[in-house]
Design a protein around this ligand. Structure first.
Ligand SMILES: *Cc1c(COP(=O)(O)O)cnc(C)c1O
Length: 415
């Protein structure tokens, strides 16, 4: 083989591998990877379940053996159990651009969607009878919003995010939108849509499940009214870790919870018959917090100490750009089509590839240690968590994807 032939046949792979190594060497977040329990596979499913930070098990062990096992009931005060929902909310706040005192942690995202949507239509007041909800949303948001509409006597209006502007009007009470679409990875225009919702006199509720921890949200800056999000995706809080609820300070005094449990009472231990809501973010609480999960999350949030969300965003975009470039270079034309927007302003932190053979392809990828996930019938989803995914990982995932596609012929949807 002449030197010339060698260069032309190996150039794309060699160049991309070399570039990956250089990008990893200058990545200011590269050191964070060592904080996580990972193997030598490529974990691209942190948008479904974030990886475990290695220091967390010892902290949870302390919660169980010392706080619960030895201090028992005293831990509600002495270990800070009672105030954990607000304290941990304040840890999440800077990651989503919120000042302290507006976020409370607890319950699932689904439950918080319910609280937020009902509270939003109550804030909007009489005379508005429609709730607009992202028709492309993660289904639970739509189910819950529909139930909230039924209970409050509103009409649900499913609408694609691109059509929200046209659907807004004097009848709109509240709008529930996703910041990043869980399937395509499309990032929606939170500042612009929030301003439009306000111009129509309605209340904006954002679901941050796929944006918090991956990109700047700017809740206060963009005057979002209410927001919810989960903590087990990019925030690495662990399986089923509690979600959070943001209520902008200007709405807290009128936040009227549909689930006014005793934990949200102004005097919970007064055990009085009548309900009187607490002030501030506490009003978003319901019942006894899920302490073990909550303190697991609190420990996991340590990995964010000293991290700027802008740096996370810069790396996320560079990673998804680089992955798409590697896919373009390695994968034969026509086998996959990116459904993730090319424009940075419209992209979250994942790449979704439409692929007719998605099911057998993802199965084989996982067998080879490249863990993404499948959104049936035909979407391969790869989440890029900037705290622990590197450029060499992106290159390797694309290379193995090309290998797998070579084994699964076009049209073989069973594999
Ligand atoms: C992950 C996710 C949820 C999860 O809801 P749970 O109540 O935690 O199961 C809800 N909504 C969206 C948009 C999500 O991405």
């Amino acid at each position: 083989m002449s030197e010339n032939t060698t260069t032309t046949t190996t150039a794309p792979t060699e160049n991309l591998r070399e570039r990956a190594l250089k990008l990893d060497a200058t990545d200011p977040l590269a050191g964070r990877r060592a904080l996580f329990a990972l193997d030598d596979g490529v974990y691209l499913d942190g948008n479904s379940l974030g990886a475990l930070p290695v220091h967390v098990p010892a902290r949870v062990q302390d919660v169980l053996t010392r706080q619960w096992g030895e201090l028992r009931i005293r831990s509600w005060d002495e270990s800070g159990w009672w105030t954990a929902p607000e304290r941990i909310g304040d840890r999440i706040a800077p990651l989503v651009g919120a000042a302290a005192g507006q976020i409370v942690v607890g319950d699932s995202t689904s439950v918080n969607v319910f609280k937020a949507v009902v509270a939003a239509v109550r804030i909007a007041g009489e005379g508005r009878d429609e709730i607009l909800v992202d028709a492309t949303t993660f289904p639970t948001d739509g189910y819950i919003a529909s139930a909230a509409a039924r209970l409050t006597g509103h009409r649900i209006v499913p609408v694609a995010p691109a059509d929200v502007l046209a659907a807004l009007g004097p009848r709109t009470a509240a709008v529930l939108l996703n910041h990043v679409d869980y399937r395509s990875g499309r990032l929606h225009d939170l500042p612009g849509l929030t301003a439009a919702v306000h111009a129509a006199g309605a209340v904006a509720v954002w679901d941050l499940c796929h944006s918090a921890g991956a990109l700047p949200v700017g809740l206060d800056e963009h005057r979002v009214d209410l927001a919810v999000g989960c903590t087990y995706k990019y925030l690495n809080g662990g399986p089923g870790s509690p979600a959070y609820l943001y209520v902008a300070e200007r709405h807290q005094a009128v936040f009227d919870s549909p689930l006014p449990g005793w934990n949200s009472h102004a005097d919970p231990f007064g055990m009085t018959a009548g309900y009187a809501p607490a002030d501030g973010s506490v009003r978003g609480r319901v019942g006894t917090p899920d302490i073990v999960s909550m303190l697991t999350l609190e420990a996991a949030l340590d990995v964010w100490d000293g991290v700027s969300v802008d740096a996370v965003r810069a790396k996320s975009l560079a990673l998804t750009d680089f992955f798409l470039e590697c896919v373009e270079a390695y994968v034969p034309a026509g086998r996959v089509v990116s459904v993730t927007p090319a424009a940075h302003a419209e992209r979250g932190s994942q790449v979704a590839l439409r692929c007719a053979e998605a099911e057998p392809v993802m199965r084989r990828l996982i067998e080879r240690g490249v863990v993404g996930d499948l959104r049936r019938p035909d979407v391969l989803r790869f989440g890029f968590t900037p705290l622990y995914v590197g450029f060499a990982d992106a290159e390797r995932a694309a290379r193995i994807l090309a290998d797998v596609l070579a084994e699964v012929p076009a049209g073989d949807t069973v594999g």
